[in-house]
Design a binder for this molecule. Structure first.
Ligand SMILES: Cc1ncc(COP(=O)(O)O)c(C=O)c1O
Length: 390
């Protein structure tokens, strides 16, 4: 039985896995088991922000000689160091950190903390959002088709994220007891929707007025994706709660974190325990990632800005077979086609065959999240492939 056959037989998936059998990855390039080369415009979906094979993080993981495991109730130097470092780099006054194993758990913690801190049950999020795969996170998405018994009291606001959407959020906040409003500050999961500054400012302020926690899910946007270390910075936001995961270790180990203000932590008064939350090996990877950012952050963000400009210019000039809306924020890139179109998934498949990896979120929505280190010639190569596949 080959790998694909074994995968189909033993892995629980709704659909057979996409074609690429990854053998090796290097920078912004992936090689499959036949040695076929792919330009990688996905970086594992906002995970490998430093490109594949970062020597410094690899060295930290391979040379790790700390404890095999630490009981969550004990103390560990790596935990306090990492929590302090995250408090320093995040926007606003987030100083208390819950340890998680990934993004879904980080969001679940945010929801539990919000309920405990406010004594309320309700949530507001964006229609069509994705915040993970727990029942809590799926409740935010509000899709009751497959899971009819989601949490009640979850309301969704329809984009576009402008003044009228802010009106709707304000009405909901007034009418109901809402524990938290949650969204991605740049919505990667909706094809890089960029809220207006008015929407963000008004919703943040309304949350403050109504005693509702303002939660920024930076699981995808965190660690430079949109051109700032955290996308909340684009709007000068000071969230009550911020979730992160994915690129926190640049892909070398699983980890998530939920940062809250001291006031929120005190009001919630809850603990969150997870056996593998902040495993020492993951902590070593995250600390190495932060060290890399401290030394190379300015250069990384400069590269994001320059390469983002290339994507914007080239995609803006491409002759897509259907009407396209191109949205670029740093190296978060979305191309949306008409609602009934399946052009994005067809295009995604064609690109893969031609040696370029992009994501088709939905049939009509293409996203690209290349490594922040991607070189100009690799951007050009990938965009040339995309253009040939149109
Ligand atoms: C914005 C956002 N939140 C949460 C999650 C869930 O993260 P994880 O897959 O690590 O559980 C994701 C995953 O794609 C995400 O994009």
């Amino acid at each position: 039985m080959d790998v694909a056959q074994r995968d189909r037989r033993y892995l629980a998936r709704a659909e057979a896995a996409e074609g690429v059998q990854v053998a090796r990855s290097e920078g912004s390039v992936i090689f499959d088991h036949h040695g076929k080369r792919y330009v990688d415009f996905t970086a594992g979906w906002c995970v490998g922000n430093l490109g594949w094979g970062n020597e410094e993080i690899l060295a930290a993981v391979r040379g790790f000689d700390g404890p095999a495991y630490v009981h969550p109730d004990y103390t560990f130097r790596g935990w306090s160091e990492l929590a302090e470092a995250l408090a320093e780099i995040t926007p606003g006054t987030l100083t208390k950190c819950y340890r998680a194993t990934g993004g879904s758990e980080a969001v679940e913690i945010a929801m539990q903390v919000a309920m405990a801190a406010t004594g309320r049950q309700g949530f507001i999020s964006l229609a069509g959002c994705y915040h993970g795969n727990t029942i809590g996170a799926r409740s935010l998405a509000g899709d009751r088709g497959t899971y009819p018994n989601l949490l009640p009291h979850c309301r969704q606001v329809q984009p576009p994220l402008d003044g009228r959407a802010a009106d709707r959020v304000e009405r909901l906040l007034k009418g109901e007891k809402v524990a938290a409003f949650i969204m991605e500050p740049v919505v990667c999961n909706l094809g890089v929707l960029i809220p207006t500054a008015e929407f963000m400012a008004r919703v943040r302020e309304a949350c403050r007025r109504h005693g509702t926690l303002f939660v920024m899910d930076e699981v995808a946007t965190g660690f430079g994706r949109t051109g700032r270390l955290f996308a909340s910075e684009h709007f000068g936001l000071d969230p009550d709660v911020l979730c992160m995961a994915k690129a926190i270790t640049a892909g070398y180990a699983p980890m998530g974190a939920t940062l809250v203000t001291k006031a929120v932590a005190d009001a919630a008064g809850v603990d969150f325990y997870s056996t593998y939350g902040w495993h020492p090996l993951s902590v070593a990877a995250a600390l190495a990632n932060l060290k890399y950012w401290r030394r190379h952050g300015a250069a990384l963000l400069a590269n994001v800005a320059a390469r983002g400009d290339t994507f914007r210019a080239r995609l803006g000039g491409m002759k897509f077979a259907e009407q396209a809306s191109v949205r670029v924020k740093g190296l978060a890139i979305g191309v949306e086609f008409g609602e009934d179109s399946d052009y994005a998934s067809r295009l995604g498949e064609r690109c893969r065959e031609a040696g370029l990896l992009v994501s088709a979120e939905k049939e009509n929505l293409l996203t690209m999240f290349p490594a922040l280190t991607i070189e100009p010639e690799v951007v050009r190569e990938g965009l040339d492939i995309l253009e040939r596949c149109l």
